[in-house]
Design a protein around this ligand. Structure first.
Ligand SMILES: [Zn+2]
Length: 104
């Protein structure tokens, strides 16, 4: 399912690679994703963070899915940071955040 690209505004932003990180104090599921726009002549890349909490009432769950544009625009560099679980490096690579919007 593609997402809306924050650069060209077309529904061509796709998840290329993802890795699940250990749960933290707030979220039961944390997945880091590399995002690349498949649109011609766009070349946008960034990372996405998908977080899901299943605490609270039995039938409640909370989901947060945020996109981060990266300074380098280099998805391979970000993917390497994800493989090393280098959260500090990931934070330094982040330029701005944007909401990830699903596109039907
Ligand atoms: Zn794009």
């Amino acid at each position: 399912m593609p997402f809306l690209c924050p650069s060209c505004n077309k529904p061509s932003l796709e998840i290329v690679r993802s890795i699940e990180l250990p749960p933290d104090d707030e979220w039961d599921e944390i997945t880091v994703q590399t995002l690349v726009c498949s649109g011609a002549a766009c070349g946008f890349s960034g990372i996405g963070i998908y977080e899901e909490s299943r605490r609270g009432a039995l039938d409640s769950e909370c989901v947060r899915h945020t996109g981060y544009a990266t300074l380098s625009g280099d998805a391979a560099k970000v993917a390497a940071l994800i493989r090393r679980k280098d959260k500090v490096g990931l934070a330094r690579s982040i330029q701005k955040t944007f909401p990830l919007e699903y596109c039907a």
